[in-house]
Design a binder for this molecule. Structure first.
Ligand SMILES: [Zn+2]
Length: 307
């Protein structure tokens, strides 16, 4: 089956992990219901003839290899979310490289291929961890979607280009940085592409956000979600160990999230990073490290901001 070409495209991305283990406590086990949630998402994508990029946590893949194999067999792109879900800025470059390799080994043993793309836990490539792009490129990754181009309290780089660009690192490596979508609102960028924002925004507003992004951008906008966001009962299973503030933050909007996904997939054609990038072609180029400068390489879509 082919994608419905009459619908505007969005890149559909899923960070595949278990909520308790990744958000609450990394020492917790990866529970079976997290694999069930992934299967429900795969069925939904299949019903809408959508393809997605799954950024799979290595530890998750090791626990539930079968569902990752099913996703790959269904034509979804299997990318890496690292192994242990430790923020990049908490790791040394050597630790980060080890975490990448551990995840790659697990993923390759399931799919037979090294992942081309990476997304950091909690979008944790920031100004203080931009060295990670060099490590990623050195390890053979072709694209990254870890830098949220907004000035957030825990993550994000406020002046990072809002559309994808090719990053040239100080040591001469290249990697495409394809950031999650932000919305310009009264001069501020808001991270509306998924997660808590998408859970809380009314369905109609969320659709309008991506309508606007699809019209005003030169490249398909990026939506992201997690399998646990469709699970309305999960919070109560961790009730005793979850502080009230976190229960509210993580639980709000789960009840309506499924119908929001249905709406998005009805109006947009879900595609993968690799498929989108093969259509975009050459991108603006951003150099990092050393003397900051920006050059352009024959961009088909030249909105990369220079910083
Ligand atoms: Zn994560």
């Amino acid at each position: 089956m082919t994608l419905n070409n009459s619908k505007p495209k969005i890149i559909l991305s899923v960070d595949v992990e278990c909520w308790g283990q990744s958000v609450l406590d990394r020492s917790l086990p990866i529970l079976p219901h997290s694999a069930d949630n992934v299967r429900r998402l795969l069925q939904l994508f299949d019903r809408h003839n959508a393809k997605a990029t799954l950024f799979v946590l290595g530890k998750f893949a090791k626990t539930h290899p079968r569902v990752i194999k099913e996703a790959a067999s269904a034509g979804h792109e299997i990318a890496s979310h690292g192994y242990g879900h430790v923020e990049v800025f908490r790791q040394s470059p050597t630790e980060f490289r080890g975490d990448l390799r551990q995840a790659n080994d697990v993923i390759a043993s399931i799919t037979g291929a090294q992942p081309r793309g990476y997304r950091a836990p909690v979008f944790s490539i920031r100004n203080d961890s931009l060295w990670a792009l060099d490590v990623l490129a050195d390890e053979g990754f072709e694209f990254d979607s870890s830098i949220f181009p907004f000035a957030g309290p825990r993550y994000g780089i406020g002046d990072w280009p809002a559309e994808p660009c090719t990053v040239k690192t100080e040591s001469g490596h290249s990697i495409v940085e394809y950031p999650p979508t932000t919305l310009q609102f009264f001069g501020r960028r808001l991270p509306v592409a998924g997660g808590g924002y998408a859970r809380l925004l009314p369905k109609r507003v969320l659709r309008k956000v991506f309508d606007r992004a699809a019209i005003t951008r030169n490249t398909p906008p990026v939506f992201y979600c997690h399998p646990y966001e469709i699970d309305v009962t999960e919070i109560s299973t961790h009730y005793g160990e979850t502080p009230l503030r976190r229960r509210l933050h993580q639980g709000l909007g789960r009840r309506t999230f499924w119908s929001k996904l249905e709406t998005l997939l009805t109006h947009f054609a879900g595609t993968t990073f690799s498929a989108a990038m093969s259509e975009i072609g050459a991108m603006p180029c951003k150099r990092i490290g050393g003397r900051e400068s920006t050059t352009h390489t024959k961009p088909k879509h030249a909105l990369c901001e220079s910083t």
